[in-house]
Ligand binder design. Sequence first.
Ligand SMILES: [Zn+2]
Length: 210
Amino acid sequence: MTDGKLTALCNWRVTVRREEVSAVVAQIFGGEQREWQTTGADRFEVMTGTSKVKILLAGPCAVAIDMRRWSRGSLVHHCDGEWFLSPESRKGDLCGCPHSIVERKARVKRGLGPQPNVDLSFRLVDAPDLGVFRMKSISWKFAENASVLKDAIGSALGESVCGLELEAVELKGGTRYVKPVLRSLVGYPADVERNPARPGALPGGLGHRH
Ligand SMILES: [Zn+2]
């Protein structure tokens, strides 16, 4: 369960469950807090004034990456690119996905293959006591990016400070989109590193649009 999500437009959009959390988010990152129409529990949103957020990742488990194909509301292929992760009866069996990204994308286009699903769980460096936020992405590039970072923080002791940033990209022909990028940051004040992660309910999250 999360209290919120963070979404990328040009700047991050944060949605949270509790008004007092959205007030803190607005204070730190700028922007107005307000209620928005949702059937979820994250009733409050903040359209922040920032495209860069510093986050704390509590080890490689905080970066969940898998591959999923949905059909008519059912998860019909769930793997790590090589082995099935579910259902239980097929878990650990070879899934048959090709190794190359190009072939994997081609299979998605033909409606045959799964696409990446990245789910980050993190605390905010600027407000670690607010609890754990989430950000999800189905971008291939972000999955590659997150995979490299997951390996990089695998040997780190304690939490790793990373930057979650939005970059505007302009294609030939003028099409613009915003892509999320995850960067490893070093040299952040040690007092944040010493502040232990709090177990318990997830207070918020972070999401994005492509
Ligand atoms: Zn597969």
